[in-house]
Design a protein around this ligand. Structure first.
Ligand SMILES: Cc1ncc(COP(=O)(O)O)c(C=O)c1O
Length: 467
């Protein structure tokens, strides 16, 4: 092959060995590590095939049947299939709910919801970021508005009780009465308990607010029916599709349709959310839909309706509980005392290890997780906990009995971090230096890393063999 033909038809490993080498390394890292970042998962081969298909090539601005470009007959069918299956996966009546499958991901989906439902500077309440909410639910410091949600809208957070770690619904009710939000968000990135959607609905109704559920983290569990669903109470629901749902990296917005209320005189008031949401996504915020991702949504929503998917979701929760029990038995403190979902939040204050050190040492032994604030933390910049999730490990076939081994690895990693701190003192930079340069301590880290990698490698990994 020569010239342009070469550019077009060579495999990646021939065309760009430098990049291919990095992709192979990443694949190896994924296989050899224990992936415990609660928002991550390993998607299926069929979703990956959608993502690298010809669908990527097509422009299709607009909605099925109303496109700005020609050639969309099959793209229309694919998008309609994705919409239909998304409604089916959550057992929704198409008379009462519709959905938009075009958001590029969770953050654009949430911004489209705010843009569609309320005016600029309209008021929004979400769970505070350090308490387990998401940046897109609004976040600002005393000196700076960090999230676009806080820049373009007015955000006010609600909090968890610093002692129990549970959402303080009474305080939320009180603050909402004063702040009068137009949207109240029920959604989490780091909270290990089911949400009280009914209570959110009551508080929203009392203030004439929309109730918006962001189920990004838990949408696999909701599809499988293993935890309460927000759909009974919410006006709008958004989700990412790549977390517990195990689909492509994308987002979906569900909105209510049909009758919203009936007036005293019998007159029906209809929802008007469909056009508001659709127009906010396009032309409001996005351009051409990512059709390869929309196809991935279609196939993942088909999977989400199978008994095997339900079993998978049941196992995610069993694994999270086994992980939690194992850590409790070793003497660790778990925020809220347990878990109902796919994640646990470990409060490391009683053992005197910072979240940053824990995350660092665990990464050094091939366990991926993230540092996280815990209720009552004084500084969001120096969090005292780690968040551990089970969706990705469960995809690889680990069950409750394997969690004992995982707990053992985590515990040994955290003990090592104490040993390192005893030598390095309090500064993180010194901690990292000692970990790498002290021969005895580094030897221990390397030995434990090898154990973790030998263990992880045994579990199957979906996707392509090498990349
Ligand atoms: C609750 C919640 N909403 C939205 C998002 C944003 O999704 P994305 O990272 O796909 O933009 C996340 C991502 O972590 C999330 O946890």
């Amino acid at each position: 092959m020569s010239g342009n033909a070469k550019l077009l038809h060579e495999n990646l490993w021939q065309a760009d060995p430098e990049l291919m080498d990095l992709v192979r390394k990443e694949k190896k890292r994924q296989i050899q590590g224990l992936e415990m970042i609660a928002s991550e998962n390993f998607t299926s081969l069929s979703v990956l095939q959608c993502l690298s298909s010809c669908l990527h090539n097509k422009y299709s601005e607009g909605l099925p049947g109303q496109r700005y470009y020609g050639g969309n007959e099959y793209i229309d069918e694919i998008e309609l299939l994705a919409q239909k299956r998304a409604l089916e996966a959550y057992r929704l009546n198409p008379e009462e709910w519709g959905c938009n499958v075009q958001p590029y991901s969770g953050s654009p989906a949430n911004f489209a919801v705010y843009t569609g439902l309320i005016e600029p500077h309209g008021r929004i309440m979400g769970l505070d970021l350090p308490d387990g909410g998401h940046l897109t639910h609004g976040f600002m410091t005393a000196t700076k508005k960090i999230s676009a949600t806080s820049i373009f809208f007015e955000s006010m957070p609600y909090k968890v009780d610093p002692v129990t770690g549970l959402i303080d619904y009474d305080k939320l009710e009180e603050s909402a009465r004063i702040f009068k939000p137009k949207i109240i968000i029920a959604g989490i990135s780091c909270y290990s308990r089911c949400l009280d959607y009914k209570r959110f609905r009551q508080i929203a109704d009392a203030n004439g607010a929309y109730m918006f559920a962001d189920m990004a983290h838990i949408s696999g569990l909701v599809a499988a029916g293993v935890i309460p669903s927000p759909f009974e109470f919410a006006d709008v629901v958004s989700t990412t599709t790549h977390k517990s749902l195990r689909g492509p990296r994308a987002g979906v917005i569900f909105y209510r349709k049909g009758v919203r209320s009936v007036k005293a005189n019998g007159e029906k008031v209809l929802y008007d959310l469909e056009s508001k949401i659709n127009q906010a996504v396009f032309p409001g915020l996005q351009g051409g839909p990512h059709n390869h991702a929309i196809a991935g949504i279609a196939t993942c929503m088909l999977q989400a309706q199978t008994p095997e998917f339900k079993e998978y979701q049941v196992q995610i929760i069993k694994n999270a509980r086994a992980l939690c029990d194992g850590l409790l038995q070793k003497g660790y403190t778990i925020s809220t005392g347990g878990t109902d979902v796919h994640l646990v939040l470990v409060d490391l204050r009683p053992v005197g290890i910072t979240g940053a050190r824990a995350e660092y040492v665990l990464e050094e032994i091939s366990i991926a997780c993230n540092k996280n604030t815990v209720p009552g933390d004084k500084s969001a910049l120096n969090p005292s906990g780690i968040r551990l999730g089970t969706p990705a490990l469960t995809t690889r076939g680990l069950t409750e009995s394997d969690m004992a081994r995982v707990v053992d690895f985590i515990d040994r990693g955290l003990q090592l971090s104490k040993e390192i701190t005893a030598v390095s003192g309090p500064k993180l930079a010194d901690f990292k230096r000692v970990l790498h340069e002290d021969p005895k301590l580094n030897g221990k880290v390397q030995a434990l890393k090898k154990e973790v990698q030998d263990y992880s490698e045994k579990f199957p990994m979906p996707g392509y063999e090498e990349f």
